[in-house]
Design a protein around this ligand. Structure first.
Ligand code: RP5
Length: 167
């Protein structure tokens, strides 16, 4: 599913529909910054062949960064990274049983040679994965670099405008 009509530059994938509650924050920040992206459920365990196909064809389709969220035995980001040279940003989804520590360790503890850029557990990780994906693309995109500068300046101003936490 493509979130805009342009050719997607970022692939936002997740292990289950139940991860959307977290991963929608990555999609939202990409939309805010005007980054064309696609959103899709790709499960490492339930749809392993789809995972391989997705990873093998992503670069050829114009995807430049993959943001992958998964929870529990979170093998999706690592297996994607094993099958593509594209940068993969992993978002550990907060699991019910272990609060996301399982997801975090599954995603972070990759063997040398197959990197996954691991973000924080949950919403913060999803937002930051979106921002980081945009920052990578902004290295060669002045419009996006400006949009990112503006986004950050707006965030700073919002904090400065409300210094009283009780207000
Ligand atoms: C993982 O298992 C998914 O990424 C999800 O976080 C978790 C639970 O999936 P569901 O049972 O809710 O589909 O593969």
């Amino acid at each position: 599913m493509t979130a805009t009509t342009e050719t997607p530059r970022v692939g936002v994938v997740m292990g289950s529909r139940s991860d959307w509650e977290t991963m929608e924050h990555a999609s939202a920040v990409l939309t805010e910054l005007g980054v064309a992206h696609e959103v899709q459920v790709v499960s490492a365990h339930r749809t392993p062949d789809l995972l391989f196909r997705y990873a093998e064809h992503a670069a050829g389709r114009g995807i430049q960064v993959i943001v992958a969220g998964a929870g529990g035995a979170a093998h999706l980001p690592g297996m994607l990274a094993a099958k593509t040279r594209l940068p993969v940003l992993g978002v550990p989804v907060q699991s019910k049983a272990l609060n996301g520590m399982d997801s975090l360790l599954s995603i972070a503890q990759m063997p040398a040679g197959i990197p996954v850029g691991t973000l924080a557990i949950g919403r913060a990780g999803a937002v930051n994965a979106g921002l980081l994906a945009a920052a990578v693309l902004a290295l060669h995109d002045t419009r996006l670099a400006q949009a990112l500068e503006n986004w950050r300046a707006k965030q700073t101003q919002a904090v400065l405008d409300q210094p009283d936490p009780r207000a």
